[in-house]
Ligand binder design. Structure first.
Ligand code: SAH
Ligand code: SF4
Ligand code: F3S
Length: 465
């Protein structure tokens, strides 16, 4: 490694909390003097894993196989595996037994120890396995992050989860809920605003239980209202909300503060009260509908998205019909739909009445068809409008198309007419345009609806906040 700067590459799977952890680990690598290498043979390759469904695991084991071959070609390469899968004993054992080329393994609660563990591995030539059971410590908040997006800062406001939904591994992989100190969050947000971030994403597995561990301190509605009133960002996003903890007050605050996104992600999982009970979700379909309809009434330009699980043990056709019925009533603008996957160590893994595969796949296609129709109708309903979009850069598929999102989280792919200016200057030509306009805001005319996106054309850029 002498004579040149050693390199690292991070591959991240799973949710935005994992992305946020990866940003912190990138910050640690950079502080150690490593630089990022997107290629296939960096000096240090780190896999930040997710364990939420079985296919997440399959992906890790597939990739570890590929890396074994890479390491044979580059024997000095160090391979690190961290993240939620390391907290699943079955997976940890498999990594230990079958993938001897992995050099360091640590858990999500140990990310701040990355430099120390790497140093130990390099200096003592021993394999390192450190997967601690502790909850997050306050020092985790102070890690130097390298943010992967110029326009959006991911900011965890709490860690862990106390809900123990019977299908879910998160409470086992991420430990108990812990809210970050209100004042430290606010200080960090001030800094991020000064650095020029237009958008902040407040993160937690259940942001609505923020502050529950300190009842005399601010709760989530207090926090988001304070952030909005400080006028630090043009857009404040947050996820995920849990229906059992979402208060009417939060919806009132969203309605009154336009810098809070016009979008609510509110997973309902199942429309059947029986299934919700066996999932241990803590709300009924009636309560869910009440919240959703109140949101629709008070935030009329807002969108609602959700997560749905099909094929939970014991789900009957009647239960599934209840799910479709709830979807018809709410008309979700978008949804993430999942086939139930039994996870080791969770309560539902021992439920005996699993739904046959062909029944699940038939239900899944019916669910998808209904949601796709609703998503398309939702996008069609805004065609002809001109909306503010925060630009994310060049589209992945077409060099003359750019992408961004509205405050309602609609994905917009747009073109820029010739002769458009950015402030006083003409736009840089060719590939430079994407980088020059990333993080800018613009008004886009919405022209054509698709199921997952809208095509549009830029009208003009917006200056200032
Ligand atoms: N904390 C969030 C969700 C985090 S996981 C919440 O409670 O809403 C994201 C989504 O993955 C969940 O909403 C659920 O729909 C899905 N999911 C979690 N465990 C699953 C499992 N075992 N099988 C299938 N889908 C699952
Ligand atoms: Fe998992 Fe439920 Fe916690 Fe969400 S609220 S992370 S689904 S246990
Ligand atoms: Fe996956 Fe862990 Fe997030 S299991 S969804 S990476 S909290």
């Amino acid at each position: 490694m002498l004579g040149r700067v050693p390199t690292y590459r991070i591959r991240t799977y799973g949710c935005q909390l994992n992305e946020s952890d990866s940003e912190k680990m990138a910050g640690l690598f950079e502080r150690m003097g490593l630089s990022e290498d997107p290629g296939d043979s960096p000096d240090v390759l780190l896999m930040n894993t997710c364990a939420i469904r079985e296919n997440a695991e399959d992906r890790l084991f597939g990739n570890l196989g590929v890396w074994k071959a890479l390491k044979a070609e580059h024997p000095n390469m160090l391979i690190i595996v961290c993240g939620c899968m390391t907290k699943i004993p079955e997976d940890l054992n498999r990594i230990k037994k079958s993938f001897s080329h992995v050099d360091v393994v640590f858990g999500p609660q140990d990310i701040h120890r990355l430099p120390e563990l790497l140093y130990e591995r390099v200096s003592r030539e021993v394999k390192i396995m450190q997967v601690s059971d502790r909850d997050y410590l306050p020092d985790d908040d102070d890690l130097p992050a390298v943010r992967c997006r110029k326009f959006r800062a991911l900011v965890p406001i709490m860690y862990g989860c106390n809900n123990f939904c019977t299908y879910c591994v998160v409470p086992y992989t991420r430990g108990r809920e812990r809210s970050r100190e209100f004042d430290r969050i606010i200080d960090q947000l001030r800094e991020l605003s000064e650095k020029g971030f237009e958008e902040v994403m407040l993160l937690g597995q259940n942001v609505n239980s923020y502050g529950k561990d300190a009842p005399d301190k601010p709760d989530f509605p207090d926090l988001i209202e304070t952030v909005s009133k400080m006028n630090l960002f043009s857009r404040i996003r947050f996820m995920t909300s849990h229906p059992k903890d979402l208060s009417d007050r939060l919806i009132d605050i969203i309605a009154q503060n336009p810098s809070i996104e016009r979008h609510l992600h509110l997973p309902f999982q199942s429309g059947s009260n029986d299934v919700l009970k066996r999932m241990n979700r803590g709300y009924t379909r009636e309560r869910y509908l009440e919240i959703a309809l109140r949101y629709r009434a008070l935030v009329p330009d807002g969108t609602l998205s959700t997560d749905i699980i099909v094929g939970f043990p014991g789900e009957t056709e009647k239960d599934f019909q209840d799910t479709l019925d709830l979807m018809e009533q709410v008309q979700f603008d978008a949804a993430f739909t999942f086939i139930y996957s039994a996870r080791p160590g969770t309560a539902a893994a021992s439920f005996s009445d699993s739904v046959p595969e062909e029944v699940v796949s038939d239900r899944f296609s019916r669910l998808l068809a209904l949601q796709n129709a609703h998503s398309l109708a939702s996008n069609q309903s805004v065609i002809g409008n001109s909306e503010e979009v925060l630009i994310e850069g060049l589209s992945h598929t077409n060099e003359s198309v750019f992408t961004g999102r509205t405050s309602s989280n609609r994905l917009i792919n747009f073109t820029i007419p010739d002769g458009t200016v950015l402030g006083a200057d003409p736009l840089p030509l060719g590939g430079g345009t994407g980088a020059a306009i990333e993080g800018k805001r613009a008004i886009i005319r919405l022209l054509k609806a698709k199921t997952f996106s809208i095509e549009g054309q830029l009208e003009y850029f917006i200056d200032g906040r």
